[in-house]
Design a protein around this ligand. Structure first.
Ligand SMILES: Cc1cc2nc3c(=O)[nH]c(=O)nc-3n(C[C@H](O)[C@H](O)[C@H](O)COP(=O)(O)OP(=O)(O)OC[C@H]3O[C@@H](n4cnc5c(N)ncnc54)[C@H](O)[C@@H]3O)c2cc1C
Ligand SMILES: *[C@@H]1O[C@H](CO)[C@@H](O)[C@H](O)[C@H]1NC(C)=O
Ligand SMILES: *[C@@H]1O[C@H](CO)[C@@H](O)[C@H](O)[C@H]1NC(C)=O
Ligand SMILES: *[C@@H]1O[C@H](CO)[C@@H](O)[C@H](O)[C@H]1NC(C)=O
Ligand SMILES: *[C@@H]1O[C@H](CO)[C@@H](O)[C@H](O)[C@H]1NC(C)=O
Length: 586
């Protein structure tokens, strides 16, 4: 069912380069030699649900059946998934969407054994063929050398939360950073090579996730700004793409709080990156995106003193009519709330919204959130205020029990809503209508609007983040056995339903980590004026294009085998032509 090494046929498909470079070496020799270099640590990428398929084939195996039961029970468990190499939180990235090859259970009914019984077979899909569990810079160097020699593409995988599938890829070698779990508090942290004053900082291994960081922060009386999920990693795609959380309106994004990265760049150098050395990379890693400039092994962030957090929870009967009215009312007070440091989430499917504020006393919080009280009153709902001792308590009470759905295929579209657009009724109305026509939607009040102490020229996130208040998203789920046509229709619906929102926010942007994989004019949408400088930095550090991912800086376009599982979408905007131009420059 699973061939051990790529067949000679796939060797031919790799093109002439491999054959020219080492005419006598087969692909399986290459893998074996890599394994030897690594002291036997090369591992096979096994699809997450494989034990279920094996249990159906060998019903007598108690082991497979026990493993399958755990997979069925924990299919939507964020942390369980992030700890399995062959799992992706958005499960279309375990599959080959373009061909339908997959190894998936039925997320709507995990007990449905027809999903994993013959004639269905467990197919590798986009799960990387092999992986290396990264322990040290030499592991990364070995992978770079392997990819340069063989042209077998390389991907970096951390927790597997990427919405673009950038941590997956058919026929690839993966570097898995998930087990780099350092977590160290330093009360006298000075970025290496700087002479600035010491600050309290948390140094976090590339694989360490929010759950552990929140617990560690509470235990050590510090506050860490991270996002709304237990299992996203802080030092991987999250921070490199921006990194928002409920504290961001008051305290900034991940990119505003990171002080230093340690990274292995594609030339094999292990570099320290901060405001005093490798400054160009410091700019690129603060918004340019993961998987692009090198492999980060750890990063250090500001750890603020522990703060008391005021919270307001609003609850209402979420009929469509009520939700439209509520959001219109909330829009009226949104800019002032963000300026006062409130961050939070409006989630129609939970019939609720919740905000946190680390700056105000309870009395001031009640005054500041008057518009929230009024908005919920207007739809017959109610609001309750809470005072939490730590942000981790806020996370445990309001976020962890209601995390976003995972363990299923999900596609989304989003938009940053600038502060000067909150009186544009057409915009607000088309936004909320688009959201409610989708399967899951949310307004994330997480832009760093109230945080003015940021490095003006130091980050490469879209500047619209600084002037925006809401990051709104809508999304669709698919059944495990949906057809390619069904899925293409969902991508098409995302585009259709979001057109007015895009047109009414012409100079705004999109969060590159939570976006439509077919976002029109994505370079402008993700990075605005910073794209060209990011491309220069990409050329400097990765001239041979060892790292490459879907619509990352320096993307070569769709015509590469590693993207063969992405469905092809006809667009009038022909981004492929544009991308081919960039490729020539590289
Ligand atoms: C359920 C859910 C909740 C989310 N909540 C939030 C939120 O609250 N706030 C927010 O800002 N975002 C959120 N996100 C989006 C999240 O930030 C992105 O999915 C992010 O890319 C995840 O990074 P990762 O490293 O954990 O995941 P991965 O999928 O493993 O990696 C993501 C990207 O980063 C690259 N990468 C990973 N590790 C490294 C490394 N060490 N060095 C170099 N490149 C690396 C990968 O190659 C890939 O391109 C959420 C996503 C999901 C699915
Ligand atoms: C790598 O080598 C080790 C030890 O020789 C072996 O156990 C392992 O199966 C090999 N890995 C792969 C992917 O073949
Ligand atoms: C069952 O599977 C687990 C995980 O693969 C393995 O570690 C264990 O040795 C297996 N047990 C038996 C009895 O085969
Ligand atoms: C955190 O603060 C509490 C209360 O002030 C104190 O008892 C505890 O020792 C502190 N913990 C650490 C690790 O500093
Ligand atoms: C919500 O509103 C609908 C329509 O008015 C009504 O039928 C339903 O009973 C309400 N639900 C609750 C929980 O109040």
């Amino acid at each position: 069912m699973f061939d051990s090494f790529p067949s000679p046929w796939s060797l031919l498909k790799l093109g002439t380069q491999l054959l020219l470079v080492s005419p006598l070496r087969s692909v399986s020799d290459e893998w074996a030699s890599l394994n030897k270099t690594l002291g036997g640590r090369l591992q096979r990428g096994i699809p997450f649900a494989q034990p279920c398929f094996l249990s159906a084939l060998t019903p007598s195996s108690a082991n497979y059946s026990a493993q399958c039961t755990e997979i069925q029970e924990r299919n939507e468990d964020h942390l369980f998934r992030s700890e399995s190499f062959g799992s992706y939180e958005l499960t279309q990235w375990e599959t080959c969407e373009a061909t339908g090859e997959q190894c998936s259970i039925d997320w709507q009914n995990p007990q449905n054994s027809a999903a994993f019984s013959p004639p269905r077979e467990c197919k590798q899909g986009s799960v990387p063929s092999y992986y290396i569990e990264v322990k040290e810079p030499n592991d990364v160097r070995a992978a770079y050398a392997f990819t340069q020699r063989t042209k077998i593409p390389l991907v970096i995988k951390n927790t597997g939360h990427d919405y673009f599938g950038r941590s997956a890829g058919p026929g690839t070698l993966a570097l898995w950073t998930r087990n780099l779990d350092k977590l160290v508090l330093d009360k006298n942290f000075v970025p290496e090579g700087c002479s600035s004053d010491a600050t309290t900082a948390l140094t976090i291994g590339a694989g360490q996730h929010f759950r552990a960081i929140y617990d560690f922060s509470r235990a050590n009386n510090v506050t860490f700004v991270a996002g709304a999920d237990p299992s996203v990693g802080a030092s991987g795609g999250w921070v490199m793409g921006g990194g928002h959380g409920a504290l961001s309106p008051a305290f900034g994004l991940g990119v505003d709080r990171v002080l230093q990265f340690k990274i292995v760049t594609p030339d094999g150098q292990y570099r320290t990156v901060n405001k005093c050395q490798n400054e160009d990379l410091f700019f690129a890693l603060r918004g340019g995106g993961g998987g692009t400039f090198g492999v980060v092994l750890e990063s250090s962030f500001i750890a603020s003193p522990q703060v008391t957090v005021q919270a307001v929870l609003g609850m209402y009967n979420s009929t469509r009519e009520n939700t439209v009215k509520l959001v219109k009312e909330l829009a009226k007070g949104a800019v002032q709330l963000a300026a006062d440091g409130w961050g939070g989430y409006i989630t129609p499917s939970l019939s609720s919204a919740v905000w946190a504020n680390p700056l105000l006393s309870l009395a001031d919080a009640e005054k500041s959130a008057a518009s929230v009280i009024a908005a919920f009153k207007a739809v017959g709902g109610e609001t309750v205020f809470y005072t939490m001792e730590t942000f981790t308590d806020f996370f445990d009470t309001f976020i962890a029990p209601n995390t976003d759905p995972v363990g299923r295929p999900q596609v989304l579209a989003s938009r940053l809503i600038p502060s000067d657009k909150f009186e544009d009724d057409v915009l607000i109305e088309s936004m909320i209508n688009g959201m409610l026509d989708s399967d899951f939607s949310q307004i994330l009040a997480v832009a760093p609007y109230g945080f003015k102490d940021y490095d003006k020229y130091g980050t490469s996130i879209h500047p619209a983040w600084r002037t925006s208040v809401w990051h709104s998203l809508m999304s669709y789920f698919s059944n495990f056995d949906s057809t390619l046509d069904d899925r293409m229709e969902q991508y098409a619906k995302l585009t259709r339903l979001w057109t007015t929102v895009r047109e009414h926010t012409p100079n705004s942007g999109v969060y590159m980590n939570e976006a439509d994989i077919y976002e029109p004019d994505y370079k402008t949408a993700f990075w605005g004026p910073h794209h060209d400088r990011l491309l220069e930095i990409k050329k400097k550090y990765d001239p041979h294009h060892i790292l490459d991912c879907w619509r990352c800086v320096g993307w070569k376009g769709v015509n590469d085998d590693r993207y063969k599982c992405y469905p092809r979408k006809d667009t009038t905007a022909t981004p492929e032509v544009e991308d081919a131009k960039d490729y020539k420059e590289l």
